[in-house]
Design a protein around this ligand. Structure first.
Ligand code: SF4
Length: 222
């Protein structure tokens, strides 16, 4: 059964209600979290961010001054700590050298320019860049994650070959450009993904089950 993204959103919103999802207490925490969450669960990121908070390092210039080995120790709970330290420092170098450590100045860039800048930083891919744009800069950029990819493809709402930007264009072309809507929709997709649309789909009792094609789930995924 085909469905519009509006219908999918309504179905998920009715099932789960408001998600109140904002990954971080400040814009800078969101930025740090967007790098640390690569290949790990959010609870591990929270432990790493808590270490940074306790050390009073959650400010761009201050964090950039921290010696590499010390930063590695602080973010160790998030896993891949050497790689993530390098990526975080690349991002911090951009904020500090290009914007004097001011997130306000950085967010003052146009959405296209800021996205291009972020994507030019070694270790920052589209999902991380778009998480920063949506959740920290509050710009209307839809974040496509593994769950979004799965849900759309398993239902046949987008071709299996569709890449990140094709899926993102589908959302941008179908929905009003609205930060709160993009935020909420992404959170709802993560919710249905956690609860049902895992590697092995648990379609029973999923709020989207009656929107599957007649022949059932479309595989393969990932
Ligand atoms: S679990 Fe099944 S019904 Fe639910 S979103 Fe995934 S494929 Fe669709």
């Amino acid at each position: 059964m085909t469905a519009t993204l509006d219908q999918v959103y309504q179905r998920l919103a009715n099932a789960y209600g408001p998600q109140h999802w904002w990954p971080g207490e400040s814009a800078f925490e969101v930025i740090v979290g967007a790098v640390l969450v690569q290949n790990t669960a959010w609870k591990n990121v929270e432990r790493a961010i808590e270490n940074l908070r306790e050390a009073e390092l959650l400010e761009p210039n201050t964090l950039f001054e921290v010696p590499v080995e010390e930063l590695q120790d602080l973010i160790r709970p998030a896993g891949y700590f050497r790689m993530k330290t390098a990526r975080l420092r690349n991002l911090l170098a951009y904020i500090v050298t290009q914007h004097d450590g001011s997130l306000e100045a950085m967010f003052g860039l146009g959405i296209k320019t800021l996205r291009e800048d972020l994507l030019s930083i070694n270790g920052i891919g589209p999902e991380t860049a778009d998480s920063i744009l949506l959740y920290a800069a509050e710009k209307p950029m839809f974040v496509v994650d593994t769950y979004t990819n799965r849900v759309l493809k398993r239902h046949g709402w987008i071709e299996y070959e569709a890449d990140y930007h094709t899926i993102q264009d589908h959302f941008h072309g179908s929905l009003e450009k609205d930060v709160a809507l993009y935020n909420e929709f992404h959170a709802l997709l993560v919710r249905v993904g956690h609860l049902h649309c895992r590697k092995t789909a648990k379609c029973d009792a999923c709020p989207l089950v009656d929107l599957l094609p007649e022949a059932g789930i479309i595989e393969p995924i990932d």
